[in-house]
Design a protein around this ligand. Structure first.
Ligand code: 0A1
Ligand code: ZN
Length: 878
């Protein structure tokens, strides 16, 4: 095992900074390899800091040129500088001005942190600790400063110069080909929210009038020539701003709001104050190049970054342990926005699918950690599904427990009270305690305790007494560093459903007016009275808590829920539970399931007859079986991905055969003519039609091939074209290869479309895919330096291709290990994220487990690993 020697940062060691920086003036002269940064810091000792502490500023790979204090250049004896820090032992005990000049090389910056170049443009990424790669600073989120930034560049190289806040002045630099722009951001902010952009960019914009009547200039900047692909993002921004005013009473607070799309970016996007920087994948959309899912993602991420203006920027985090304070809350806010803009139940199902696929997986893996971790080696490794998605579930549960009105009152109090501060999870919860008078101490465990709670429920009907009792127990499995667990406060939204769907007059005094029972003991029972016949319990409606439920109900009763529950989430869940039972049983060798599979197929047929056309998006979800990865997670140990793949293919075939007439009927009925629109309803029809195509192809390969090729040829938009190509990837043969190559040729100059093409091929569950992926790495459109390309080709292979990544000969694992090492030399964050594909290794059967361990060890033993990769590999092996 690798012993990691990088220091551990602990929450319990937090102490306020010894110095404060009230104002920062930055003068940045952009140059491809020798950018000069002059930072003028107006500082003072922090009254809450230590009185005689030295001043130690953070740096990362910096090249110091000069430093002066109150206008006097310091001599070498007066400070101690390295690329990693700048230390002044005898800093003044009263306000002072420190001026620091550094030189940086944005072209050589392949980590994409700090100032770097993307497609010839200059841009920055400072969260979490990138600002220290621009200048020496107290690079921690509780240092809030007012920033004034002057940016200067060659006019031909960077005609557009953008910074945080409002534009103040701009003009030529006399006697040169250079020009400059000055930006001032009046809102004190932490350094991680700093940004600048310089480059040649196209612009789309509009004016927005806020709720109090102020005018704001909105703009989206993209690669010149792609302006028409930015309209949807601009529209989503305007809708987000309106929604935040209406639903949370939050108004925007600057004269401009700029979004810039760049093609090299480690994450989805970044909420820098007034200057959001986006991965272009989440900005650019046209019917020809983007799918319905892309449009939905753009809308959600534009909203997410905008909502950070309050949840993250106006109220920021005291330290990085509080990351969920801004991320969980902001994910919750963007989920609510998308639910309001689209179909709430359909969106909820999509959220839960992601939560289970990513967060439940993480929580059951060696990388499990609390929503608020108590320690870290590398903070970049904590931008996780747990912090984001489970963090959002906590906010949702809080709202479920206290109700909509108190939730809004609590949010208002939190924003008002903490505005302009760097806050903690305790500050957040205190606002809700103060408006409701509720003690949230036990609820706060959701932030501290990792692992997914298991809730087991048993129902007992007493015919004579006409009562129905539900017995609940809960337990949370051990996770790294947490061998024992306490009971959680779990909101259970529930109801009883009769076998024929007729209303039941049952009542239970433990269930509140919103239909919620708060289950906060290790075990508890509740009893419904006035229950005339054996009911079917519908538990965790709307997925009211992020737990795993085990409920002793036969399949027939679950299928009653599919037919009659008033809660859409649980209708979908019922079908999924039955499908999962069948898939898990088939994968682990059960033979005699014909009757059960037939009964399930019949229920799906009945569902299609009654519901499919009424809500196509929902129907598409019901008709989609749990993924192979979901089944693997459900089985949990000694997993054989080949057996799971066979089981799922077989189930799809049988369901497809049993319902082929209906599927055909729907496929025909759902054909849309006319021009493409990305709205949720049209997207829903396309998703159902494509789900039908998938099942039809599973049932009859040659018919599937004909339909898919025809759809590919006649498609008027990327959603339908890609869906047909995706179906074809499941059908080996000449048609597949030919269609793939036509697609690759057609979009050879469209990197974001090539990403889809890479991803589809990397996920082909057949021998030969590893060789195909290796070949595609030589494609002119691929680059190991670009995160989108790497994630599409290598990430899809490792995360989506259960069968080929987990090859029994270990070649998939060795391949990933070699790529992780190559990527680590360029971009450690990217490498560390790829490496998380190994987090499932312990649940594999023995041969695969041994190969995976060897591959992990081969990484762990390499010298000079980045802190990012070193941290993930050591925790994965622990
Ligand atoms: N705060 C951003 C996520 C983000 C985090 C780190 C980054 O550095 C590479 C970039 C973006 C968000 O939640 O959208
Ligand atoms: Zn965020």
């Amino acid at each position: 095992m690798r012993t990691d020697t990088t220091p551990i940062v602990r929450l319990e060691d937090y102490r306020p900074s010894d110095f404060l920086i009230d104002h920062l003036e930055l003068d940045v002269r952009l140059h491809p390899t020798q950018t000069r940064v002059v930072a003028t810091l107006r500082m003072r000792p922090n009254p809450e800091g230590r009185p005689d502490a030295p001043l130690v500023l953070d740096g990362d790979e910096l090249n110091l040129k000069a430093v002066s204090l109150d206008g006097r250049i310091l001599t070498g004896e007066e400070f101690d500088a390295s690329p990693q820090s700048l230390k002044i032992a005898q800093a003044p005990r009263q306000p002072f001005t420190l001026t620091i000049e550094t030189e940086i090389d944005p072209t050589a910056n392949t980590k994409l942190m700090g100032l770097y170049r993307s497609g010839g443009n200059y841009c920055t990424q400072c969260e979490a600790e990138g600002f220290r790669r621009i200048t020496y600073f107290l690079d921690r989120p509780d240092i809030l400063s007012v920033y004034t930034t002057r940016i200067e560049a060659e006019r031909s190289e960077a005609p557009v110069l953008l910074g945080n806040g409002n534009p103040v002045e701009s003009g030529p630099v006399e006697g040169t080909d250079r020009h400059y722009a000055v930006w001032h951001d009046p809102h004190p902010k932490p350094s991680y929210l700093f940004a600048l952009v310089g480059g040649s960019l196209g612009r789309v914009g509009k004016t927005f009038t806020t709720m109090s009547g102020r005018k704001v200039e909105l703009a989206v900047y993209v690669e010149p020539g792609k302006e028409d692909r930015a309209d949807y993002a601009l529209d989503a921004l305007e809708r987000s701003m309106r929604w935040d005013e209406r639903v949370f009473g939050r108004e925007y607070d600057l004269d401009v709001f700029n979004i810039v799309a760049v093609s090299d970016f480690n994450m989805g996007a970044m909420e820098n104050k007034g200057l959001n920087i986006f991965n272009d994948k989440y900005v650019l959309a046209s019917p020809e190049t983007a799918t319905d899912q892309d449009y939905a993602n753009i809308e959600a991420i534009i909203a997410h970054e905008y909502f950070h203006n309050w949840s993250g920027n106006r109220v920021t985090c005291r330290d990085w342990f509080q990351l969920c304070l801004k991320e969980g809350l902001t994910v919750f806010r963007d989920q609510e926005f998308s639910s309001d803009e689209r179909s709430r139940p359909v969106h909820r199902i999509a959220e839960v699918k992601t939560l289970r696929a990513r967060q439940f997986l993480e929580d059951a893996s060696p990388l499990a950690h609390p929503v608020r971790p108590s320690q870290y080696r590398e903070i970049n490794n904590f931008y996780t599904a747990t912090v984001y998605e489970k963090g959002a579930e906590i906010v949702r549960m809080l709202k479920t427990i206290i109700g909509d009105d108190d939730f809004r009152r609590g949010m208002d109090l939190y924003f008002d009270r903490c505005d302009g501060t760097a806050a903690t999870v305790e500050d957040f919860l205190a606002a809700f305690t103060d408006v409701t008078g509720r003690d949230l101490t036990q609820f706060a465990r959701w932030y501290e305790q990792s692992g997914t709670p298991r809730v087991a429920v048993k129902g007992h009907y007493d015919e004579a007494a006409q009562t129905y009792r539900l017995d609940f127990t809960q337990n949370t499995p051990p996770t790294p560093g947490q061998p024992t667990k306490e009971a959680m406060a779990i909101p259970v939204a529930l109801g009883l459903v009769s076998h024929d769907g007729s209303p039941l007059g049952a009542a239970c005094d433990r269930v509140d007016a919103r239909g919620v029972f708060l289950f906060d003991e290790p075990a508890d029972s509740i009893t419904f009275t006035n229950v005339p016949a054996l009911p079917v319990p519908s538990l965790f409606r709307g997925f009211s808590a992020p737990v795993k439920l085990s409920l002793d109900l036969p399949n027939e009763e679950l299928l009653v829920l599919l037919r009659h529950d008033t809660d859409s989430f649980n209708r979908w869940q019922a079908a999924q539970t039955v499908a999962m039972r069948l898939l898990a049983a088939l994968s682990t060798g059960a033979q005699k399931l014909d009757e059960e599979i037939d009964a399930f197929s019949e229920a799906l047929c009945a569902f299609m007859d009654s519901d499919a056309l009424a809500d196509p998006a929902f129907a598409a979800l019901v008709l989609t079986l749990p993924s192979e990865a979901d089944v693997a997670q459900d089985i949990g140990k000694d997993v054989d991905p080949d057996a799971i793949h066979r089981a799922r293919t077989d189930m799809r075939r049988r369901i497809g055969k049993a319902s082929s007439q209906r599927l055909h009927g729907l496929y025909e009925a759902l054909a849309v003519s006319g021009s493409y629109s990305p709205d949720a309803e049209s997207a829903g029809r396309r998703s159902l039609r494509n789900a039908c195509l998938d099942l039809l192809a599973a049932a009859d390969r040659s018919m599937g091939e004909t339909l898919a090729v025809t759809q590919f040829e006649t498609a008027s938009n990327m959603t339908d074209r890609l869906a047909s190509l995706s179906v074809l990837t499941t059908l080996p043969g000449a048609a597949r290869e030919e269609t793939l190559s036509r697609f690759g040729e057609r979009y050879r100059n469209e990197p974001l479309v090539l990403d889809k093409w890479f991803a589809l091929q990397a996920a082909i569950p057949e021998d030969g895919t590893l060789e195909r992926v290796t070949r595609l790495m030589e494609h002119p459109g691929f680059s190991i330096a670009n995160p989108n390309r790497v994630r599409s080709l290598i990430g899809s292979f490792a995360m989506l291709n259960q069968v080929q990544f987990n090859r029994t000969d270990g070649a998939g694992y060795r391949f990933l290990a070699s790529i992780v090492l190559r990527a680590d030399a360029l971009n450690p964050q990217l490498a560390a994220r790829l490496l998380t594909a190994f987090s499932t290794w312990r649940m594999m059967e023995g041969t695969r487990r041994r190969h995976a361990e060897e591959a992990l060890q081969s990484i762990a033993q390499k010298p000079n690993l980045s802190r990012d990769v070193g941290d993930i590999v050591s925790r994965t092996l622990d």
